[in-house]
Design a protein around this ligand. Structure first.
Ligand SMILES: NC(=O)C1=CN([C@@H]2O[C@H](COP(=O)(O)OP(=O)(O)OC[C@H]3O[C@@H](n4cnc5c(N)ncnc54)[C@H](OP(=O)(O)O)[C@@H]3O)[C@@H](O)[C@H]2O)[C@@H](O)CC1
Ligand SMILES: Nc1ncnc2c1ncn2[C@@H]1O[C@H](COP(=O)(O)OP(=O)(O)O)[C@@H](O)[C@H]1O
Ligand SMILES: [K+]
Length: 485
């Protein structure tokens, strides 16, 4: 159940389910009942205002109003259009509602203990404007708890972006599977707590739709982890080369520490000879080599993975270092300065990428490397992966990972403590360490993001980048012990 459905795929799931014999009316009744179950589990019967739009999201509202009234709630219902303009299931459910249908206005909010937002769901087609926008602002300002049905009205289910204005919900109940907008910012914040409820759509129906977007959870990459074997040795766990900076050595050291904690069998920091003592004293378990030997090192195929960028320095020299390295087609993570250096010639980089490569830009680095790619984070990551031939991971509170073959995942763990200097270097190291062990690039990027985010969430306030690698044994142990033995 890791799939995330686009709104179009959700319509398809509804359609396939209806074709298979369940009526649309039954699906809607299930949806309304699911919301009511969430309401009664959280709030005791009191006064509720249900705000209904002209489509099926509004139709859910009529079901919810009816069921809450039967459960003893005092219900007021406001409708955006005239009731006689409703069609299909919405008209059916409006006909079953025996209470008053009021005009939508802020007056409906007076005396309400709870507001149910059924204005727009998957069918939001344009910006919310005018009087309706004023109503949305009044809902947000009135201090009454809000439960949103499917998505908070105003949030685009596919992108998480706000169209005009949006309801800010405390709880959002969606159906069958989450949509991208529940995980992507700012939608994720506007949703409050997201609850996904079954409405009678089978898992097989979802499989038939073949969703390519997943919530980043262990289930999507667990089987791809290369655990050490009893008869293995360190070279079976890969030899990662970390190309360190000459003066900003902290970044390379964080990369190295994280990669070793992630399980890389051997690790050599390759840097300017003047900096090698700094790397060497940092940790007795690493090896060092002068940067002039990098080419020779890569000729030895046991050096199977490479991380370059953190602390390395921005400029043409970095570009000319990187391009020849890419010809060896090692598993490669390009981060930070390795990305920014190509701002003037991104196509040179994309042309050279042939082996398994992960690019880990934050939003600033992304804009430098892909200045013409616009839109929501998910679409941008996908377009960038397709163009570069690399797995592209756009960092932030809603990290998105996209592979060139169309697979994508969104991080769902909240860990704002990760916003601290050096934490991105650690992420690059973890991914490099996983790829060194043979993990496929998209899986390694997803697992790296998950380990990083879980470490951030577990460690919480006070976290510094150095703490993250030290927490990896706990998380890896959790994954290892959860495996069927
Ligand atoms: N069997 C099923 O299908 C199930 C469906 N389910 C539920 O249905 C929901 C999807 O329903 P939906 O497709 O009717 O879309 P919905 O979100 O109600 O909006 C469409 C209406 O809004 C209007 N409109 C749009 N934007 C506007 C704006 N900015 N300002 C003003 N008006 C605007 C638009 O107008 P138009 O563009 O046509 O002029 C149209 O009238 C889904 O989210 C879930 O809750 C569940 O019950 C499970 C089973
Ligand atoms: N609000 C946030 N919530 C969760 N993670 C965040 C947030 N802001 C930043 N991060 C994470 O922190 C890391 C910062 O990386 P980066 O910007 O490269 O910093 P640095 O270069 O200092 O290491 C990324 O993994 C990013 O996803
Ligand atoms: K809604």
């Amino acid at each position: 159940m890791f799939e995330i459905l686009t709104t179009e795929q959700m319509y398809e799931a509804d359609r396939k389910t209806i074709e298979a014999g369940t009526t649309g009316d039954a699906l809607m009744e299930n949806a309304g009942a699911a919301v009511v179950a969430e309401i009664v589990s959280r709030w005791t019967p009191s006064s509720v205002t249900v705000l209904c739009g002209p489509g099926n999201n509004g139709s859910d509202g009529f079901v919810i109003a009816r069921l809450l009234r039967h459960a003893g709630w005092s219900v007021r219902l406001g409708l955006l259009c005239d009731a006689d303009k409703l069609t299909g299931d919405a008209a059916l459910n409006a006909g079953r509602w025996d209470g008053a249908v009021e005009r939508l206005s802020p007056a409906l909010l007076v005396g309400a203990d709870l507001i149910v937002d059924c204005l727009f769901g998957a069918g939001l087609a344009r910006s919310i404007e005018g009087e309706l926008a004023e109503l949305v602002c009044a809902v947000n300002a009135c201090g009454v708890p809000v439960i949103a049905v499917d998505v908070p009205s105003g949030v685009d289910g596919n992108s998480g972006e706000v169209r005009g204005v949006s309801i800010k919900a405390d709880v959002t109940v969606t159906f069958c599977r989450p949509k991208p907008g529940h995980h992507l910012l700012p939608g994720r914040i506007l949703c409050g707590q997201v609850v996904v409820r079954d409405i009678g759509i089978t898992n097989q129906t979802i499989r038939d739709i073949r969703p390519s977007l997943m919530r980043n959870e262990p289930g999507i990459w667990l089987a791809g982890i290369h655990w050490p074997s009893v008869d293995g040795h360190k070279y079976h766990r890969g030899h990662l080369l970390v190309v360190g900076g000459a003066s900003m050595t902290g970044a390379g050291r964080l990369v190295a520490r994280a990669a070793r904690r992630a399980g890389a069998g051997l690790l050599t920091v390759v840097a300017d000879p003047s900096a090698l003592p700094v790397y060497a004293v940092d940790s007795p378990g690493i090896m060092t080599a002068p940067i002039a030997s990098l080419d020779d090192l890569l000729k030895d195929c046991r050096h199977n993975a490479l991380v370059i960028g953190p602390g390395f320095g921005v400029g043409d020299e970095t570009c000319s270092r990187i391009i020849p390295l890419l010809h060896y087609c090692r598993c490669t993570v390009l981060d930070a300065d390795a990305l920014t250096s190509f701002a003037e010639q991104p196509s040179t980089l994309f042309f050279a990428i042939q082996g398994p490569t992960v690019l880990t830009p934050h939003e600033g680095e992304f804009a430098r490397l892909f200045p013409d790619i616009e839109g929501d984070k998910l679409s941008r990551a996908r377009a960038a992966a397709k163009r570069s031939g690399a797995t592209v991971l756009i960092k932030g509170g809603d990290t998105v990972i996209a592979a060139p073959d169309g697979r994508a995942a969104i991080n769902a763990i909240e860990a704002p403590w990760l916003a601290t200097a050096g934490s991105g270097d650690v992420l690059a190291g973890i991914i490099g360490g996983l790829m060194a062990q043979g993990m496929e690039m998209f899986d390694a990027a997803c697992m790296g993001v998950w380990l990083h985010a879980r470490a951030g969430a577990d460690l919480g306030p006070g976290l510094i980048a150095e703490d993250i690698p030290e927490h990896l044994p706990v998380l890896l142990g959790e994954l290892w012990h959860a495996l069927p033995k």
